[in-house]
Design a protein around this ligand. Sequence first.
Ligand SMILES: Cc1ncc(C[n+]2csc(CCOP(=O)(O)OP(=O)(O)O)c2C)c(N)n1
Ligand SMILES: [Mg+2]
Length: 366
Amino acid sequence: MTVDELLPSKVPVRFVAEDGIPGTPPAGYQRPADERLVAAYRQMVLGRRFDAQATALTKQGRLAVYPSSRGQEACQIAAVLALRPDDWLFPTYRDSVALVCRGIDPAGVLTLLRGDWHCGYDPVTTRVAPQCTPLATQTVHAVGMAEAMRRNGTDSVVLALIGDGATSEGDFHEALNFAAVLRSPVVFLIQNNGYAISVPLDRQSAAPALAYKGIGYGIRSEQVDGNDLVAVLSVLSAAVEHARSGRGPFLVEAHTYRMEAHTNADDATRYRPEGEVDRWAAADPVTRLQTYLTGAGLLDQDQIEAARTEAETFAEGVRAALNADVPVDPMDLFDHVFAEPTTQLREQREQLAAELRAEGAGHDVD
Ligand SMILES: Cc1ncc(C[n+]2csc(CCOP(=O)(O)OP(=O)(O)O)c2C)c(N)n1
Ligand SMILES: [Mg+2]
């Protein structure tokens, strides 16, 4: 590919302005079909409600931690809707809404964040890798999976999600290089939400846009308005098609914003001004799509109400599932660490078992 073919648009691709009014369609991208957009709207309403419910569950002590993706719904939903069921998703800790959209049981999605030792769902049947906490490591795994599928003769594609801050990690660059050289069928979606915890993007990278990080490796790259579902779905669908048809990897940077703190354990007012959050509230992705679809005659008040009711019922289910106590055995801590436990681990195990016995917890130690 020539340099011009690799380069992203100078401004992020956008179909719908912040006020929900459609602009001039961007060259080279197709507007997704009406029914896909209406389905995406329902998923976004559901995703937002799920996200609010999960945040509430942290306050009730039912979840240990929850990284909210409020404001990033267009990215999360489009990432999943651009894929086929046989394609793979490699998510981060922030991408629970994408997993819910993929159809994974929400209690399973929240299992890890509840403090359990496993990811809560079957990565093989769902074709969703465990949500990854070590930054950028999922990108190398994603390339490995994409290569495996290509070599097995399938036309499945892998989509790896990554944050803006994580694009500074060596793993990200190694993944891009491998993917480009091997022409692996993988799409990288950078959700640039402006911050890596308290570090703003201008303290993280001097690149003109993170999308430019792809072209140095020979990867077709694009940037998109990450709060415009129509644009994100259009660009990602093109990116997935590019990868599926053997043209190699594709990198997309979506410009978005994290409306909540990094997690419930963070206080974002310590490092970002209120006005900034208000400004992004005016670019809300759910409201924008709703206004657009309503204006286009594709969504009426009854459908809006139906989407809300569906989301409310879903949230009730999440509450009921997460409010049920899970039997936990503290001794599980020591399982699945090493095939053969180390001496130190065995000693620690015995120490904990003795403490539990002393408390009368009645745990057997073999
Ligand atoms: C290898 C590694 N280093 C540091 C951390 C601690 N850490 C967790 S989240 C985070 C910020 C990541 O920011 P970004 O990639 O922009 O993703 P976001 O949280 O904004 O979605 C950091 C530094 C980690 N999880 N893994
Ligand atoms: Mg970030």
